[in-house]
Structures are given as C-alpha cells and as structure tokens.
Design a protein around this ligand. Structure first.
Ligand code: UDX
Length: 456
C-alpha cells in the first residue's frame, strides 16, 4: 500500500520505516530540508536501537523515501499519517498548530479521496478540528466534493524500544466510524496482527482518550510508588521489598512500579499536563492526575534534597560526578530528565558537575553549551576525579556493577546518591559507602564534616 507520513520525528520515522519494513511503499515528508537530506543519506537524527538499519535497508530497497515536497506526499497515497509534534503550550495544553497545518496542506493538494490518520498524541476532539480544517480548505478551493475521513490511531511506542514496540505492538487502536477507513487500516496493519487480531476499533474520541489514559495510568503507577518510597524512608521500611511484595499480586504486576527520581521524557510529563488541562476545559477537576503531576515535580528534587541534607545548602567548592543524563536508558533524549533538575539545582547552590552518559553527551552539550560548572567527561571513570560524591540519575546497564574499589579510590569520600536504586544498601555499607537511595530505609551516613571541601 502507498502511505504518506508527515513528520519524521520519533513517531513518524519509526512508524514509517516499520511500515516499509513489512512491504508498504512509504513516503515520509518533513519541512526540515537538512533532516530530509540526512535521512536520504542514512543519517538518523535520533538514537534508537535498530532504527538506522531498517531506515537504510528500506530506503536502499526503494520502499522508504523522504521528501520536503508536501504536494508529492499528498499525491503518494490514499492514507496520510499525521505524525508531527504537539509541543505543550505554556498552560500545559497540546499545541496543535503543526497538526492543523498538515491538515490544511493535505486539503490544499488532494485531488482524490483520502484517509487522514492522526498518529501524534492529540487531545480528545482533535480529529474534529482536523476535519473542520480540511472542510474549510476544500471549501475555499471549491472542492467540497472530495471525500475524506479522519481516523485516530494513537502510537504507544517507548523510546529506546521504539522499533521493537512498533513491530510487535500489544494492540493497535483505530478510532473511526467509517467501515471503509476501518478496512483500509486493517490492511495496513495486517502484517502486525498475524498471530492474533490486535486491532481494537472504536469511535474517534475514545481512541484519542485511550492514548492519554494509558500514559496517565502508567505515570500514576510511578508517582504512587514514589510516594510509597518517600513514606517507606520515613517509616524505616525498604521500598524494594515492598515493590516485590505488591508486584507479586497479578492485579498489580511488576511493571512500572520502580521508584526513582521521577519520570521524564517527551510523553508522560506532557500528557499528564495536557489531560489535566483538557479536564478543566470541560469543567472537571482531575484530582488524581494533579496529584500524579505534583508528586513527580517534587520527586525530581529528592536526590538534590538528600545532597543538601548531607552537605548543607551551600555547595560552593563541591564537585559532583553524575552518571546518566538521558531521561531513561537506551536513548539520548534529555527532555524533562530528572538529571537536569538535579544539575541545575547543584549549579544554583554553587557546585560543579562532571557528567557522563553513554548516549546523551552531544545532547547535553547542545542544551547547556560551554559552562564553567559543567564538565562533560568521555568515560564514567573520568567523572570521578576530585569529585566529592557520585550521583546516579539513569539506570544504564553500564552503571549497574561499577568497580567500587576504584570509586572509593577516586572519590574524595565514599558517598553515592542513587536516584535509580541500582545497588544494595547492605552491601554498600559493608563496602564503606554512605549510600543514599530512594525509599530504602533509614540511612545513617557518616558525619558531613568528614568530607572536606576542595575550595570555598
Ligand atoms: C512512554 C510510554 O511507555 C509509551 O507507551 C508512550 O507511547 C510514550 O510514553 P517513554 O516516554 O519512551 O514511553 O518512556 P517509558 O519507558 O515509559 O519511561 C517513562 C519515564 O518513567 C522514564 O523517565 C522512566 O525512568 C520512568 N519510570 C518508568 C519510572 O520511574 N519507573 C518505572 O517503573 C517505569
């Protein structure tokens, strides 16, 4: 099938290349000419395991092409996916200007019937706005005779596992009431539905809300666990034991109940805020969602609070080694990452940071540029030189079993702040570390005065 995909960000590029991988003829369009040129040459603008291979292969084999020419893309296929960004507005609502601009473009250039599929995460009611935009532009062209349908088909991929998620989705949600559109999308997704029918067909608004409900439910699990972790700490309980104790109940399950330094990324923070906004727009106060959001905001500072509890609030002259900049492993994405909140708080308190991340070094450089209080180091070991303590912010595999003897030797004093609960407190105590984790009982660190400052 011939398919056009607008937007070559995470969702568009991954979905487009996976559709090509199963044999569809896909044309991806983006307004960014340098990005399009790069993609044609096999340069992938994001780090995502497996993506480069399938982009290069399918491009070489002619099933995946890239263009800046929107008219060509509209002509290319009956099915037009909209996968452009929906950045949050200042008030937390999703900004639809790019989505609606694509809708206008499609209406501008279409000469035969089209099925327009919204793939971006968009608020409930967006399909209606897309429909209205197309009606308006077709009317202005005097082509109201042209038939089209707008379908909601939200994406559930996770960064770092995007290709695998797209190749083997848990479910494919299709929001449409038009049997013809349903049939077309069944055909598009047939290769992904072979061992069982993964399509769940529903009305457009339910499909739109499904996406938000899924992300908000997952965010709720995390904020709930973070709340329990903070409570466990004050009660002298160990959240890791509690996690296993509750996860064994099949109704709760082990997934997404890891406490930590707060959730980040491009989806959860944005989607929780957007659904709060949507709820208020219809006069409904979303109490659970607001609590999820508030807990997460506070959680991102928990590690910094522990640093202050240990050293005091004046951190001038202190240097911290920081492992992990991306919002989670297997990505270079630092959007809404807890590492940023911690680093920025450390800088404000006068400290320096020596950071390492397996993938996000360029991204950190792009965001923070050259500054005296940030040194981006080539290895995780290099961050330790003359550092007062180690702060772990992302659970990359490479951080799980470090050489603790080396850590003790290099750090000025054996202090670790762990925002991802990677190590065992009892073992760390035996090794002689002051070890601060999330929700793991009462920590009795050595006195702060035992750690000299490097300079005032
Ligand atoms: C998420 C959803 O999983 C995906 O279905 C949706 O389409 C987009 O949003 P993503 O943002 O890539 O995907 O990341 P995810 O792996 O879900 O992690 C989100 C954040 O939650 C990370 O910061 C992670 O560290 C945190 N997290 C996750 C926890 O703190 N604890 C957990 O138990 C799980």
């Amino acid at each position: 099938m011939r398919i056009a995909v607008f937007g070559t960000g995470y969702v568009g590029l991954v979905q487009g290349s996976v559709l090509a991988e199963v044999g569809h003829d896909v044309l991806c369009v983006d307004v960014d000419a340098s990005k399009v040129e790069g993609l044609k040459a096999g340069r992938i603008p994001i780090y995502e395991p497996g993506l480069e291979d399938i982009v290069r292969k399918n491009h070489a084999e002619g099933r995946l092409n890239f263009t800046t020419d929107a008219a060509e893309a509209v002509k290319h296929g009956r099915i037009q996916f909209i996968a452009v960004g929906t950045p949050p507005d200042e008030d937390g609502s999703a900004d639809l200007k790019y989505v609606l601009a694509v809708a206008a473009t499609i209406a501008e250039h279409m000469e035969e019937p089209k099925v327009v599929v919204t793939k971006s995460t968009v608020p409930v009611g967006t399909a209606d706005k897309v429909r209205a935009k197309i009606v308006e532009v077709l009317g202005a062209r005097g082509r109201s005779d042209l038939h089209f349908d707008v379908v909601s088909n939200p994406e559930f991929l996770k960064e770092g596992a995007a290709v695998a998620d797209c190749m083997r989705p848990d479910r494919i949600v299709i929001g449409t009431s038009d049997p013809e559109s349903e049939e077309l999308l069944r055909e598009v997704y047939a290769p992904f539905s072979r061992n069982r029918d993964k399509l769940i067909v529903m009305d457009v608004r339910s499909a739109e809300l499904t996406k938000y409900a899924a992300n908000c439910m997952l965010a709720t699990k995390i904020s709930f666990m973070n709340e329990m972790a903070n409570l466990a700490e004050r009660l002298g309980a160990d959240i890791e034991m509690v996690r296993q104790g509750i996860g064994s109940d099949q109704r709760i399950g082990y997934h997404f109940i890891y406490p930590g330094a707060g959730y980040g990324g491009s989806c959860f923070p944005k989607d929780v805020k957007a659904l709060i906004h949507t709820a208020r727009e219809v006069g409904f106060e979303p109490k659970v969602l607001q609590a999820v959001e508030d807990r997460n905001e506070e959680q991102k500072s928990v590690i910094f609070d522990k640093i202050v509890a240990h050293y005091g609030s004046d951190l001038r002259g202190r240097t911290f080694a920081l492992w992990g900049l991306s919002f989670k492993p297997q990505t270079d994405d630092m959007r809404e990452a807890a590492s940023r909140v911690v680093m920025e708080a450390l800088w404000k308190a006068g400290a320096k940071v020596q950071a390492f991340d397996p993938e996000a070094m360029e991204e950190a450089q792009r965001i923070y540029g050259d500054r005296d209080d940030l040194m981006l180091c080539g290895t995780k070991e290099a961050t330790l030189r003359d550092a007062d303590a180690l702060v772990v912010m992302t659970e990359w595999q490479a951080f799980r079993a470090p050489d603790f003897d080396l850590l003790k030797e290099k750090l000025k004093s054996a202090v670790i702040f762990d925002g991802r609960n990677l190590y065992e407190p009892a073992r760390m105590a035996r090794r002689g570390f002051a070890y601060y984790a999330i929700g793991r009982g009462l920590t009795e660190p050595p006195a702060a005065s035992a750690t000299p400052r490097s300079a005032a």
